[in-house]
Design a binder for this molecule. Structure first.
Ligand code: ZN
Ligand code: ZN
Length: 244
Protein backbone atom coordinates (compact mmCIF):
# COMPACT_ATOMS: atom_id res chain seq x y z
CA UNK A 1 0.00 0.00 0.00
CA UNK A 2 1.32 3.42 -1.00
CA UNK A 3 1.30 6.13 1.68
CA UNK A 4 0.24 9.57 0.49
CA UNK A 5 1.35 12.17 2.99
CA UNK A 6 1.46 15.79 4.00
CA UNK A 7 3.95 16.38 6.81
CA UNK A 8 3.84 20.18 7.16
CA UNK A 9 0.59 21.89 8.08
CA UNK A 10 -0.54 24.62 10.45
CA UNK A 11 -3.66 24.52 12.61
CA UNK A 12 -5.56 27.43 14.17
CA UNK A 13 -2.85 27.47 16.86
CA UNK A 14 -0.50 29.18 14.40
CA UNK A 15 -1.51 32.85 14.29
CA UNK A 16 -0.97 32.98 10.54
CA UNK A 17 -3.30 30.01 9.83
CA UNK A 18 -7.06 30.25 9.31
CA UNK A 19 -9.24 29.75 12.40
CA UNK A 20 -11.11 26.98 10.57
CA UNK A 21 -7.90 24.92 10.43
CA UNK A 22 -9.26 22.99 13.39
CA UNK A 23 -7.93 19.51 14.14
CA UNK A 24 -11.20 17.90 13.02
CA UNK A 25 -11.46 19.95 9.81
CA UNK A 26 -7.84 19.19 8.92
CA UNK A 27 -8.15 15.46 9.50
CA UNK A 28 -11.44 15.34 7.60
CA UNK A 29 -9.97 17.27 4.67
CA UNK A 30 -6.92 14.98 4.63
CA UNK A 31 -9.18 11.92 4.51
CA UNK A 32 -11.25 13.41 1.65
CA UNK A 33 -8.08 14.17 -0.29
CA UNK A 34 -6.86 10.59 0.11
CA UNK A 35 -3.96 11.18 2.51
CA UNK A 36 -2.81 8.24 4.65
CA UNK A 37 -0.41 10.20 6.89
CA UNK A 38 -0.57 13.77 8.20
CA UNK A 39 1.79 15.66 10.52
CA UNK A 40 0.70 18.75 12.42
CA UNK A 41 3.56 21.26 12.55
CA UNK A 42 2.44 24.51 14.15
CA UNK A 43 4.99 27.24 14.76
CA UNK A 44 6.93 26.47 17.95
CA UNK A 45 4.14 24.50 19.63
CA UNK A 46 2.60 21.00 19.68
CA UNK A 47 -0.40 21.92 21.77
CA UNK A 48 -3.00 21.01 19.15
CA UNK A 49 -1.43 17.61 18.55
CA UNK A 50 -3.52 15.76 21.19
CA UNK A 51 -6.79 16.86 19.52
CA UNK A 52 -5.26 16.25 16.08
CA UNK A 53 -4.38 12.66 17.04
CA UNK A 54 -7.97 11.98 18.14
CA UNK A 55 -9.36 13.57 14.98
CA UNK A 56 -7.03 11.61 12.67
CA UNK A 57 -7.78 8.35 14.42
CA UNK A 58 -11.50 9.02 13.88
CA UNK A 59 -10.94 9.57 10.17
CA UNK A 60 -8.52 6.67 9.63
CA UNK A 61 -5.50 8.88 8.96
CA UNK A 62 -2.13 8.15 10.65
CA UNK A 63 -1.12 11.24 12.65
CA UNK A 64 2.42 12.43 13.43
CA UNK A 65 3.10 14.98 16.16
CA UNK A 66 5.47 17.74 15.15
CA UNK A 67 6.22 21.42 15.07
CA UNK A 68 7.88 23.98 12.82
CA UNK A 69 10.70 25.19 14.99
CA UNK A 70 12.17 28.67 14.38
CA UNK A 71 15.84 28.75 15.30
CA UNK A 72 17.60 31.85 16.62
CA UNK A 73 18.85 32.40 13.04
CA UNK A 74 15.11 32.54 12.10
CA UNK A 75 15.44 29.40 9.97
CA UNK A 76 12.35 27.20 9.87
CA UNK A 77 12.94 23.53 10.69
CA UNK A 78 10.44 20.65 10.70
CA UNK A 79 10.67 18.57 13.88
CA UNK A 80 8.69 15.31 14.06
CA UNK A 81 8.38 13.12 17.15
CA UNK A 82 7.90 9.36 17.39
CA UNK A 83 5.03 9.70 19.89
CA UNK A 84 2.58 12.30 21.11
CA UNK A 85 4.13 12.10 24.59
CA UNK A 86 7.60 12.86 23.24
CA UNK A 87 6.21 15.89 21.40
CA UNK A 88 4.50 17.21 24.51
CA UNK A 89 7.64 16.71 26.60
CA UNK A 90 9.56 18.68 23.97
CA UNK A 91 6.91 21.41 24.10
CA UNK A 92 7.51 21.77 27.82
CA UNK A 93 11.26 21.96 27.37
CA UNK A 94 10.85 24.60 24.67
CA UNK A 95 8.82 26.94 26.87
CA UNK A 96 11.84 28.79 28.29
CA UNK A 97 13.30 29.23 24.78
CA UNK A 98 10.41 31.23 23.30
CA UNK A 99 10.82 34.98 22.89
CA UNK A 100 9.28 36.92 25.78
CA UNK A 101 6.70 38.63 23.59
CA UNK A 102 2.96 38.09 23.75
CA UNK A 103 0.73 37.61 20.74
CA UNK A 104 -1.54 40.46 19.69
CA UNK A 105 -4.38 38.62 17.94
CA UNK A 106 -5.52 41.82 16.20
CA UNK A 107 -2.16 42.03 14.41
CA UNK A 108 -0.93 38.44 14.07
CA UNK A 109 -4.12 36.35 14.39
CA UNK A 110 -5.51 33.92 16.95
CA UNK A 111 -3.53 31.13 18.61
CA UNK A 112 -6.32 28.69 19.45
CA UNK A 113 -5.82 25.48 21.42
CA UNK A 114 -8.64 23.02 20.68
CA UNK A 115 -9.94 19.82 22.26
CA UNK A 116 -11.01 16.74 20.33
CA UNK A 117 -14.50 18.21 19.88
CA UNK A 118 -13.10 21.27 18.11
CA UNK A 119 -13.87 23.49 21.08
CA UNK A 120 -11.44 26.28 22.00
CA UNK A 121 -9.95 25.39 25.38
CA UNK A 122 -7.21 28.04 25.55
CA UNK A 123 -5.43 30.77 23.65
CA UNK A 124 -1.67 30.65 23.75
CA UNK A 125 -0.06 33.84 24.98
CA UNK A 126 3.54 33.87 23.72
CA UNK A 127 3.82 34.93 20.07
CA UNK A 128 4.49 31.61 18.36
CA UNK A 129 5.85 32.94 15.06
CA UNK A 130 8.82 34.65 16.73
CA UNK A 131 12.24 33.00 16.58
CA UNK A 132 13.29 30.96 19.61
CA UNK A 133 16.66 31.50 21.31
CA UNK A 134 17.91 28.10 20.14
CA UNK A 135 20.77 28.31 17.65
CA UNK A 136 20.58 25.65 14.96
CA UNK A 137 23.06 23.28 16.61
CA UNK A 138 21.21 23.41 19.93
CA UNK A 139 17.82 23.00 18.23
CA UNK A 140 19.03 19.92 16.37
CA UNK A 141 20.54 18.39 19.50
CA UNK A 142 17.46 19.11 21.60
CA UNK A 143 14.99 17.58 19.12
CA UNK A 144 17.15 14.47 18.72
CA UNK A 145 17.44 14.10 22.51
CA UNK A 146 13.65 13.67 22.58
CA UNK A 147 13.84 10.95 19.91
CA UNK A 148 12.68 13.34 17.18
CA UNK A 149 13.88 13.96 13.64
CA UNK A 150 14.64 17.46 12.39
CA UNK A 151 15.26 18.76 8.87
CA UNK A 152 15.18 22.10 7.06
CA UNK A 153 11.69 23.22 6.04
CA UNK A 154 10.81 24.51 2.53
CA UNK A 155 14.42 24.90 1.39
CA UNK A 156 13.07 26.24 -1.91
CA UNK A 157 11.35 29.22 -0.28
CA UNK A 158 12.78 32.65 0.32
CA UNK A 159 11.06 33.36 3.61
CA UNK A 160 12.81 31.54 6.45
CA UNK A 161 14.24 28.74 4.31
CA UNK A 162 17.74 27.63 5.36
CA UNK A 163 19.37 28.63 2.05
CA UNK A 164 17.64 32.01 1.95
CA UNK A 165 18.74 32.75 5.52
CA UNK A 166 22.23 31.19 5.66
CA UNK A 167 23.24 31.11 2.00
CA UNK A 168 23.85 27.35 2.00
CA UNK A 169 23.05 24.15 3.91
CA UNK A 170 25.75 23.72 6.58
CA UNK A 171 27.01 20.10 6.64
CA UNK A 172 27.84 19.98 10.34
CA UNK A 173 24.31 19.18 11.53
CA UNK A 174 24.14 15.90 9.64
CA UNK A 175 20.72 16.48 8.12
CA UNK A 176 19.29 13.36 6.53
CA UNK A 177 16.25 14.92 4.87
CA UNK A 178 15.23 18.05 2.98
CA UNK A 179 11.75 19.48 2.62
CA UNK A 180 10.57 21.14 -0.57
CA UNK A 181 7.41 23.09 -1.14
CA UNK A 182 7.71 22.28 -4.85
CA UNK A 183 9.16 18.84 -5.57
CA UNK A 184 9.89 19.92 -9.15
CA UNK A 185 12.76 22.06 -7.88
CA UNK A 186 14.64 19.16 -6.33
CA UNK A 187 17.07 18.46 -9.18
CA UNK A 188 18.07 22.10 -9.50
CA UNK A 189 18.68 22.39 -5.76
CA UNK A 190 20.64 19.17 -5.59
CA UNK A 191 22.86 20.40 -8.41
CA UNK A 192 23.46 23.75 -6.70
CA UNK A 193 23.77 22.66 -3.06
CA UNK A 194 25.93 19.64 -2.35
CA UNK A 195 24.39 19.08 1.07
CA UNK A 196 20.91 18.66 -0.43
CA UNK A 197 21.97 15.79 -2.67
CA UNK A 198 21.30 12.19 -1.74
CA UNK A 199 19.03 13.05 1.19
CA UNK A 200 15.53 11.77 1.88
CA UNK A 201 13.08 14.08 0.17
CA UNK A 202 9.81 15.31 1.59
CA UNK A 203 7.36 17.46 -0.33
CA UNK A 204 4.71 19.02 1.86
CA UNK A 205 2.14 21.78 1.58
CA UNK A 206 2.91 24.12 4.51
CA UNK A 207 -0.85 24.67 4.40
CA UNK A 208 -2.31 27.50 6.46
CA UNK A 209 -5.75 27.09 4.81
CA UNK A 210 -7.85 23.95 4.42
CA UNK A 211 -7.85 24.02 0.62
CA UNK A 212 -4.04 24.08 0.53
CA UNK A 213 -3.62 20.70 2.26
CA UNK A 214 -1.93 18.37 -0.25
CA UNK A 215 -3.93 16.16 -2.57
CA UNK A 216 -2.84 12.50 -2.80
CA UNK A 217 0.22 13.47 -4.86
CA UNK A 218 3.29 12.86 -2.68
CA UNK A 219 4.05 9.35 -1.50
CA UNK A 220 7.06 7.73 0.16
CA UNK A 221 9.41 5.59 -1.95
CA UNK A 222 8.36 2.51 0.03
CA UNK A 223 5.08 0.72 0.64
CA UNK A 224 3.54 -0.89 3.71
CA UNK A 225 1.43 -4.02 4.16
CA UNK A 226 -2.33 -3.52 4.07
CA UNK A 227 -3.48 -3.28 7.72
CA UNK A 228 -0.14 -2.05 9.08
CA UNK A 229 -0.58 -0.31 12.44
CA UNK A 230 -0.04 3.42 12.98
CA UNK A 231 3.07 2.58 15.05
CA UNK A 232 4.53 0.45 12.24
CA UNK A 233 3.82 3.16 9.68
CA UNK A 234 5.38 5.91 11.82
CA UNK A 235 8.45 3.73 12.45
CA UNK A 236 8.92 3.19 8.69
CA UNK A 237 8.60 6.91 7.99
CA UNK A 238 11.11 7.81 10.72
CA UNK A 239 13.56 5.26 9.44
CA UNK A 240 13.17 6.68 5.89
CA UNK A 241 13.79 10.23 7.16
CA UNK A 242 16.77 9.19 9.30
CA UNK A 243 18.48 7.17 6.62
CA UNK A 244 18.87 9.76 3.89
ZN1 ZN B 1 8.01 28.01 7.46
ZN1 ZN C 1 5.05 26.18 7.95
Amino acid sequence: MKLYYDLHMHSCLSPCADDDMTPMNMAGMGMLKGLSVMALTDHNSCRNCPAFFKACEGYGVVPIAGMELSTAEDVHMVALFPTLDAALAFEEALESHRMAMDNDPAIFGNQLVMNEKDEVVAEMKPLLIAATDLWMGDAVEMVRSFGGVIYPAHIDRDSNGIIAMLGDIPPEYGFTAMEYRDGGKREAYEALYQEAAGKSVLVSSDAHQLYKISEAENCFPFEVEEGASAEEIRAKIFSYIQNG
